[in-house]
Design a protein around this ligand. Structure first.
Ligand SMILES: [Mg+2]
Length: 285
């Protein structure tokens, strides 16, 4: 049986230069992104509110003020406006092909998004088809299809829950992940996980994966000195293995690191196979 290697991506700032809301719902309801995020941050500071819940609530409040109903269809239809970093749309197919060609006997790739953004937007994107699963925030919709309340909240620490779900093969949120499962029974071992993120909100995910033997890469927007500084801090603190410009085109430094990590994981898989076969062959008395 082939082993699974999971590539797990943050979305905003990792696959896209901006946040998904600033391409979609915010212009739709006529709100300037900078003032919106400032209002979110101010409220978080002032009231001690949870920041993801705050942006979800303020989105609904701003839309209501303009009399614009927020529906799942509206989110999905706006997803086409999202701009990606260079190479993103073609990257997934290309890396799958590379992996199949070089390590096909040993491993197969799966791709996941774990995002603090909105799932309805993500499932409407052109790149959604590349992912095995997308974990993100969701609204509860009333009988008229209007978003009225947060149903699923994914903040930076809650992201780690989904890493365990991938690890244990319990991706359906109705399944409990708290029962013990032997490490060797888990369909995606942590050591076969690569996490790609862009900042401090990815630290809990990077920490969980790195501490359990997996790998992480931090990316920054080309020419963004602040982003580069954040990435250097993550590298210094041992949160990530590599840092690179968010350029997903063939031959970029980032893609080279991703390939190196996939090759290393596949070599490790081969090593374990050899070891097990060797032990089995020489175990008879
Ligand atoms: Mg991000």
């Amino acid at each position: 049986m082939k082993s699974t290697i999971a590539l797990i991506y943050d979305f905003d700032g990792t696959l896209t230069p901006g946040s998904m809301q600033e391409y979609t719902i915010l212009p739709e309801i006529g709100v300037k992104p900078n003032s919106f995020w400032k209002e979110v941050n101010d409220e978080v500071k002032k009231t001690g509110a949870e920041s993801v819940m705050t942006y979800m609530r303020l989105t609904l409040k701003k839309a209501a003020e303009k009399d614009i109903p927020v529906t799942a269809a509206r989110f999905r239809s706006q997803a086409g406006k999202i701009r990606y970093f260079k190479g993103v749309p073609a990257f997934f197919k290309a890396i799958n092909r590379y992996s199949a060609k070089t390590n096909g006997r040993l491993s197969a790739l799966k791709h996941y998004i774990i995002s603090g953004g909105l799932k309805e937007i993500l499932v409407g994107t052109s790149i959604a088809k590349n992912f095995n699963n997308i974990f993100a925030c969701e609204y509860y919709y009333d009988e008229y299809g209007k978003a009225v309340f947060p149903k699923v909240v994914v903040n930076s620490t809650m992201k780690t829950q989904y890493i365990f779900r991938i690890n244990k093969g319990k991706e359906d949120p109705s399944e409990s992940i708290n029962e013990h499962m032997d490490e060797n029974k888990r369909p995606v071992p942590f050591k076969n996980m690569l996490y790609i993120g862009d900042g401090m909100t990815d630290v809990p995910s990077m920490a969980v994966i790195k501490k359990n033997g997996g790998r992480a890469i931090a990316v920054y927007k080309p020419k963004d000195t602040r982003g580069y500084r954040t990435c250097k801090e993550l590298l210094k603190a041992g949160r990530v293995d590599f840092i690179a410009e968010a350029d997903y085109r063939e031959g970029s430094q980032l893609v080279k690191y991703i390939k190196l990590i996939i090759d290393t994981m596949s070599a490790e898989i081969k090593y374990s196979e050899e070891l097990a076969a060797h032990k089995a062959k020489n175990s008879s008395r």
